[in-house]
Ligand binder design. Structure first.
Ligand SMILES: Nc1ncnc2c1ncn2[C@@H]1O[C@H](COP(=O)(O)OP(=O)(O)OP(=O)(O)O)[C@@H](O)[C@H]1O
Length: 253
């Protein structure tokens, strides 16, 4: 559904009335309390908010890694709620890229084998021209035959980004991609994510606690208690930090 009158372009990801409740009775926790949001194609969004505000739950449910309690997620026009587990797995493998704080590379495989793994799992023939472009973009052309253990943290995260890009996904979901990196390496990884949005029109949704990381995005969503409490344009790292501090005083106690 269009979010406003006259809107005709389907966002890359659309989330409607998304609710996720964990547990039952006295142990019940509402991690997401009916979220409505769209992520337009070719945009980079940072998701922020205090610990326990629902950021990871939003990412996991939007990415089809977890089923919502109610509400729905539509990726590129496909409603995930109508999909069987098998179809959902297929969609995750072919249309979604993931980049996590832990690089999650397979130590026994080379860099190249790690990058093409999602394609092999999905039984999809690699698009060699695209893969060459991706490997060049992430600066790994001379590392393809190394094992992950022989690479630095920043290089390993770049392998994870190349792996996420291998299938030319409609969206990349990323949870704290720079959480394990020093600030210089983090800047390289964020510049790379920014570039895949600007140069290839990909859509990136990234959870982060860091206003500097968020300053690479076009838009900053702030969650509190499972709801969106701010939807901001890019304000720069200082502006984001200031806004979070003012929300902290007003909304976040
Ligand atoms: N599997 C689970 N079982 C029960 N409660 C959960 C589960 N996963 C998350 N929660 C709860 O849901 C709420 C939101 O958690 P979530 O991990 O999404 O927050 P977050 O904003 O990502 O936090 P952080 O910044 O600390 O990673 C929290 O109260 C959390 O304790």
């Amino acid at each position: 559904m269009p979010e406003y009158p006259g809107q005709t372009i389907e966002p890359a990801v659309r989330v409607e009335h998304l609710t996720r409740v964990y547990g039952a009775g006295r142990n019940q926790v509402t991690a997401l309390a009916g979220i409505n949001v769209g992520f337009d194609r070719g945009t980079f969004t940072a998701v922020m908010g205090p610990s326990g505000s629902g950021k990871s739950t939003l990412l996991q449910t939007a990415a089809g890694l977890d089923r919502p309690t109610s509400g729905r997620v539509v990726i590129g026009g496909t409603d995930l709620s109508g999909l069987s587990e098998t179809r959902l797995t297929e969609l995750r493998r072919t249309r979604i890229g993931f980049v996590f704080q832990a690089f999650n590379l397979i130590g026994a495989l080379t860099v190249e084998e790690n990058i093409v793994l999602p394609l092999r799992l999905a039984g999809v023939r690699p698009d060699r021209a695209w893969l060459t472009q991706v490997v060049e973009r992430v600066g790994l052309t001379d590392r393809l035959h190394h094992r992950p253990a022989a690479l630095s943290g920043g290089q390993q995260q770049r392998v994870a980004i190349a792996r996420a890009l291998a299938t030319r996904p409609e969206v990349i979901f990323s949870d704290e991609p720079t959480g394990a990196l020093d600030s210089r390496t983090a800047a390289q990884v964020l510049t790379l994510l920014r570039a895949v949005v600007d140069e290839h029109g990909l859509t990136v949704v990234m959870v982060t606690h860091d206003p500097i990381a968020a300053s690479y995005a076009d838009r900053v969503l702030v969650l509190a208690d499972g709801a969106i409490v701010a939807d901001l344009p890019q304000l720069g790292a200082g502006g984001i930090a200031e806004h979070l501090a003012s929300l902290d005083r007003r909304v976040l106690r």
